[in-house]
Design a protein around this ligand. Structure first.
Ligand code: HEC
Length: 160
């Protein structure tokens, strides 16, 4: 092999190595971008609470409009100064009432708690929830919202 041919081969080898390095570098950058986008979008949805269905979102707005959030918290996290129980994680949980009995917070319980708040008293609250006549559509939307607050990522929500 001539000197010239050897130099040519070496140059080709260097070019190949460079291309490989560039492709590897590009792959690393791509993976980084995907990870950063995934992490930052997860941060967004966590800050805004769980993904809500359309009805769940209506329920959230209804709870603001009807001032429920004043006692139950803007994101259902519970009111300041023990003014109202939290809604997050309420659905499906076991609630202790002031007479010592317990009840599972299913749909019927939530509806009753809103429509007839004095029918059952949650233990540990000195203040009673005010009675108000609320249209059925509002009640059902809020109940849906409370259900979707049960878990961080509700399977019922479709608005992903
Ligand atoms: C003045 C404060 C206040 C307001 C306003 C209020 N609540 Fe309540 N709520 C309470 C308190 C206190 C309790 C717990 C004692 C009880 O059972 O009455 C409660 C209990 C509940 C429960 C049962 C919670 C549990 O842990 O079992 C639900 C559901 C509920 N409220 C929904 C609503 C909705 C919906 C609205 C708005 C239409 C609303 N509340 C407005 C104070 C309030």
């Amino acid at each position: 092999m001539s000197d010239r041919a050897r130099r040519n081969r070496a140059a080709q080898q260097r070019a190949r190595n460079l291309r490989r390095a560039m492709i590897a570098g590009l792959a690393v950058v791509l993976v980084l971008v995907v990870v950063i986008v995934a992490v930052s979008s997860r941060g967004d949805s966590e800050a805004a609470g769980p993904q809500l269905s359309e009805l769940g979102q209506v329920g959230k707005e209804t709870a603001v409009r009807r001032s429920c959030v004043g006692c139950h918290g803007r994101s259902g996290e519970g009111g300041a100064g023990n003014s109202g129980p939290k809604w997050v994680g309420l659905y499906g949980s076991t609630v202790t009432l002031d007479d010592g009995t317990t009840v599972v917070a299913d749909r019927d319980y939530l509806i009753e708690a809103i429509v007839d708040p004095h029918a059952k008293q949650v233990a540990g609250y000195r203040q009673k929830m005010p009675v108000d006549s609320i249209p059925e559509a509002d009640v059902l939307a809020i109940v849906q919202y409370i259900q979707e607050l049960a878990t961080p990522t509700p399977t019922t929500a479709s608005g992903a």
